[in-house]
Write a protein that binds this ligand. Structure first.
Ligand SMILES: Cc1cc2nc3c(=O)[nH]c(=O)nc-3n(C[C@H](O)[C@H](O)[C@H](O)COP(=O)(O)OP(=O)(O)OC[C@H]3O[C@@H](n4cnc5c(N)ncnc54)[C@H](O)[C@@H]3O)c2cc1C
Length: 463
């Protein structure tokens, strides 16, 4: 910008044009200011006014050049504290700005371009505010990590090292089929590492360590939440429903294969019209005295299983929650292991599976619908820890109260109620690792401790 003395206006013009938020009124304010300057000739004023003409904005190159000129003029000048200081540095001896200092500062104020923040626009990276501030933590990161990880530190470290491998590179495809397969393969790797079966009893190939299982869930959240949910559906909901609601014969038959992911499965509780209202489920499991079997049936469309994880692509079996009917009498909601697909992935006769498709998130999880058309299963497939049908075909339960039995059975959901908040803490932790506020860390440590101690109160309550 020429002539030299008009250089003083560069910072104002640069800020006005580089900030798209300035209004027509603010441009008028700038024009009024220029017109009021007695130190300028009419020709100089017109020249300046041509630079604040909204219909004729400066080119990107011109803006860049203004910025370079400004940065050059303030280099190595620690005394620069305001836009007015920059204006003085730019005009040098060509223009005495002293008489207009107060008007200039008022203009800065009117345009809202004052203070350290405005100056940052002209400070090179090397001289920026952050470059001059040491990146320091106001707490000992090592100690906080030890405090947070506690005795779960070894498993957390192991999971972090596994999810850092190249096989766990983020899936960026928008094709949900690709994403679902990637997440499934990640689960296979975790199963091979004996992480999926961590909570199962040692005699069935598990690690016998519930605390480590939840630490795994939390740490996987550092990576991908679809992975957390798919992992949780397979090893938590499906596997733990067998473990919590089944008995010895079910553990021996299924747990090892569930833990190794040889037997992918689902937890099929929710129905289209029965989500929170589990007592209202309409799927039936009718006992057949003649051959000691159950017939699993979906009586209407609104009773189809809905949003079931692992259903659309991978699940071969499911824990299905259904009303037990014996001789036309309804004995309430119970759980049954029902086959969905053979090992080749073909749906078994009488089972229809739909795809819930794209979701707002968790697209690596294959949530789907399942309906049953008179699917017959053996009597042994009833998960019979809290209720069973005896040899005479009569209903039996160690818990006489229907209500109490129902809520005991729902205890299988407690794992999810721990896993999901723990997972949320894993996400929050990512932010903490990048954050320098001790206050925030303290808050999260206490939240984390509260959730962890309540984990085990809940576990005990449900046992
Ligand atoms: C990503 C995802 C994965 C899932 N995976 C599975 C799975 O693997 N297996 C499975 O069985 N289900 C699964 N579900 C289903 C899930 O369990 C249900 O969404 C949940 O139980 C809520 O049911 P709903 O969606 O029918 O909502 P509703 O029960 O209809 O609730 C809708 C709203 O009403 C409120 N509400 C309901 N009842 C009451 C009440 N009595 N008083 C006050 N407010 C009330 C709820 O809080 C909610 O805000 C999944 C869901 C999602 C989103």
């Amino acid at each position: 910008m020429k002539p030299a003395k008009l250089q003083a206006f560069l910072p104002l013009f640069y800020l006005v044009w580089s900030d798209d938020l300035l209004t027509q009124k603010e441009f008028s304010t700038l024009k009024d200011f220029i017109n009021s300057l007695h130190v300028l000739s009419q020709e100089e004023k017109e020249y300046l006014l041509s630079k604040v003409d909204i219909s004729n904005p400066p080119s990107r190159n011109e803006l860049t050049q203004w910025k370079l000129d400004i940065e050059k003029s303030i280099q190595d000048k620690s005394s620069i504290k305001s836009i007015f200081d920059i204006a003085k540095a730019l005009s040098g001896s060509d223009l005495d700005l002293t008489p207009i200092e107060s008007d200039f500062k008022k203009l800065e104020n009117d345009l809202g371009i004052l203070g350290e923040e405005a100056l940052q626009n002209f400070k090179t990276k090397a001289d920026s505010f952050t470059a001059n501030s040491q990146t320091t933590s106001n707490f000992d990161i090592q100690k906080i990590t030890e405090l947070l990880d506690g005795k779960e530190a070894p498993i957390i470290k192991r999971v972090k090292s596994i999810i850092s491998r190249p096989e766990f590179a983020y899936e960026t495809s928008t094709d949900i089929n690709v994403f679902r397969e990637t997440v499934y393969n990640w689960c296979k790797i975790l199963a091979e590492e004996n992480l999926g079966n961590m909570a199962y009893p040692k005699e069935y190939g598990g690690g016998g360590n519930v605390e480590d299982y939840f630490a795994i869930m939390e740490t996987l959240s550092y990576h991908d939440l679809s992975l957390v949910i798919k992992f949780g559906v397979q090893f938590g909901l499906w596997g733990m429903s067998v473990q919590s609601l089944g008995t010895e014969k079910h553990y021996a038959k299924y747990l090892k294969d569930i833990g190794s992911l040889k037997l992918p499965g689902c937890f099929a509780m929710t129905e289209t019209h029965h989500g929170s209202n589990v007592k209202g489920l309409e799927t039936t499991a009718t006992y057949n005295h003649s051959d000691q079997t159950f017939t699993i049936h979906t009586p209407n469309k609104n009773a189809q299983k809905e949003y079931i994880g692992n259903a659309t692509v991978h699940g071969q079996m499911a824990t299905v929650f259904a009303k037990l009917i014996i001789d036309d009498h309804d004995y309430g909601v119970n759980a049954f292991v029902v086959p969905l697909r053979d090992t080749n992935g073909n749906t078994v006769k009488g089972v229809t599976i739909g795809d819930c498709g794209h979701k707002m998130g968790l697209n690596g999880v294959d949530n789907g619908t399942i309906s049953f058309d008179n699917v017959v299963i053996p009597k042994d497939n009833m998960l019979d820890r809290f209720a069973s049908v005896n040899e005479k075909g009569e209903f039996e339960s160690p818990i006489p109260s229907d209500n109490r039995r129902f809520f005991t059975m729902l205890g299988t959901l407690v794992g999810g109620r721990i896993g999901i908040p723990r997972s949320a803490l894993g996400c929050d932790q990512i932010r903490i690792d990048n954050c320098h506020s001790l206050q925030r860390s303290k808050k999260t440590i206490w939240t984390r401790r509260r959730i962890r101690s309540s984990d085990f109160k809940l576990q005990n309550a449900s046992a």
